[in-house]
Design a protein. Structure first.
Length: 82
């Protein structure tokens, strides 16, 4: 199961490359692995941009899987998997 979140996060990347962590609701989550990445076209006929996704394993107190989505310059916590 999963939940759609759609809340803005601050993504930290070492040297601008591989993401290391993100901040959501004032808490730091360390990215332990990148599982997959992909791109999806937005509704281009409505002017929506291409969205980039990362599926990651992240850890704070426990470890879990989530999807991060980049829209323009912003990153969102898109989905959390239970």
């Amino acid at each position: 199961m999963s939940r759609i979140i759609l809340e803005k996060v601050l993504l930290y990347r070492k040297d601008g490359m591989v993401p290391q962590a993100f901040i959501w609701r004032g808490r730091v989550y360390r990215i332990t692995s990148v599982i997959n990445w992909w791109r999806e076209p937005g509704a281009w006929w409505e002017g929506e941009p291409v969205r980039s996704f990362l599926r990651v394993t992240a850890k704070r107190e426990t470890e879990g899987v989530c999807d991060l989505c980049r829209v323009g310059q912003d990153w969102l916590l898109y989905r959390i998997y239970d």
